[in-house]
Design a protein around this ligand. Sequence first.
Ligand code: MV4
Length: 497
Amino acid sequence: MFKKILIANRGEIAVRIIKACKEMNITAVAVYSDADINSLHVREADEAYHIGKSAAGESYLDYEKIIALAKRINAEAIHPGYGFLSENANFIREVEKAGITFVGPSADTVDLMGEKTSARTLMKKNNVPIVPGTTEPITSLEEAKKIAEEIGFPIMIKASAGGGGKGMRKVSKLEELDEAIERAQNESQKAFSSSEVYMEKFIEQPKHIEVQILGDKHGNYIHLFERECSVQRRHQKVLEEAPSSSIDSATREQITKAAINAAKACNYYNAGTIEFLYDNKNFYFLEMNTRLQVEHPVTEFITGVDIVKEQIKIAYGEKLSFTQKDIKLNGHAIECRIYAEDVDNNFAPSIGKILHYRTPTGPGVRVDSGIEIQTEVSIFYDPMLAKLVVWDKDRNNAIARMKRALSEYQIGGVKTNINFFYWILEHKYFLDSSFDNNFLENNFLPLTPNKWRENNNGNYEKAIAILGAYLIEQENKIHPVKLENNNLNKWESLKYE
Ligand code: MV4
C-alpha cells in the first residue's frame, strides 16, 4: 500500500480523506493557503505544507507547485477530492508524468466524459438511454431547425464543454432558435474556449438521480445504488438522500445496470457517478462525474462501503474485494449541506469567525466537518462548512432523526442554513416525494413567516464563545501549525493557568 498521500484539497473533504489515510496507516499530507493556515484539515493531517496565497488560483489550483511538493516529500499518490483539480485531465497527465499515482480515473476518461457530445455518442452506442437530441455539435442553423422540430419544443441548448448546469439555455419556440444558438455559442466560447453546442429535448419537471459506481484497474465494476439529488438551488445541491424514494425496484435495476454500462463504456476506474434525469417514467443519461462527490456519505451509510478507502485501494492497483451480490441496500440516509449563508438575504454567503461550535451526536449521525471553533470562514472558498448525514431504517425515521440532529447543531459567529432544513423536511412535497428539480425555486418564499424560523438555534451566549476562543488560543500556543510535522499529541502539554 502507499505510504504517503498528498491531499490536494481543503475543508471537509480534505479532513474526510485524511481520516481514511490514517485508518489505512498512510501518512496524510495536507496543503494549505494563507487563509487556511489555522484550518482543521491542517491540524488533522500528519504533515502540512504551505502552497501559496488565499486565492485558489495561487494555491489549490497551482498544480505545478503541488506536484513539485509531492515529489520533494515522496508522496506516492495525490488525492484531489472534489472541485479544484479533481476533473482536470492535464493535471492528471502531469501527476502521472512525475511518477505519482492519481487517485481517480485516467486522464483520457476524464477528457472523454468532459466532452458532452462524445459522452452522449458513447452512451448511445452502449445501451445507456440519453436525452433525445443531437450527438454532434450544431454546425448549421438550417439543420438545427429541422432537428429541433423533430425533437419538439421546448428544447435545451447545451455547451459541449459545459456541465453541472453551466452553459445551458432553454428554447421554447422555433422563432427563438437562431438567436439562442448564436448566443449559446458565444457564451460557450467565452466560458470554455469552445463554441460547440448541441441540442436536447427539454425534460419537464425532472428529478436528478445519480448512481455511484466503483471500477478497479482489472475491469471489475460494481454499483452502490442511487442518490436522489433534486433538492437544489441554482445547481447547488442542498439535501441528498439514498436511496431515491421516487423509483421502484424494477427502475432501480435498470438505472444501475445503465450506470454499469456507462462505466464500462469509458473504461472507467476508481469512484464515479452517472447522473440521470428522471421524469417519473423514463431516465436519461445526463453526464458523468469523474470524481468523488460531496454526497458520497449517504451511499456509504446504505451500503457500508467506505468509498474513499476503496478509491485508494483501486488507485494502488488492488482488485475490488467484493462483488455486486455482496452489496445490500440497507435503510435510508439523508445529507444536509450546512452552508455559511444568509437564507433571508437570498442565500448570500456569510463570512466571519466561528465563535461557538457544537456538532450533533448519537445513533445514526455523522458530521463531516471542515471547521471547528475559531475557524475563519472567508470569501475565498465555497461556503459549505460541513455535512450533516443521518441513517435510519427507513425514510420517515431518517427524517425524524435528521430533525433531531439539526436541533443539536450549534454554530455561532456566522449565519447558517441550519434552520432552513426544517422547512424542507416538513414540506408536503418533500414528504410525499413529489418534488422535482425546481422544488426550492418554485416553493420557497423566504419573506413569508415560516415555521422553520422558530427553531432559533443559531445564537449563543458570548461567554461560551469566549471560553472556546480561550481554549483554541492555548492550542495555538503549544501547537503552531507552521510546523511541517504534525504528528504529536497536542493536547498532552496543554496547561491551564
Ligand atoms: C436538463 C434539464 C431539462 N432537460 N436537460 C442542470 C444540470 C445539468 N447537469 C443539466 N441540467 C438540466 N438539464 C434537459 N434536456 C434540466 C436541468 C436542470 C436540472 C437538472 C438536475 C438537477 C437540477 C436542475 C435544475 C435546473 C435544470
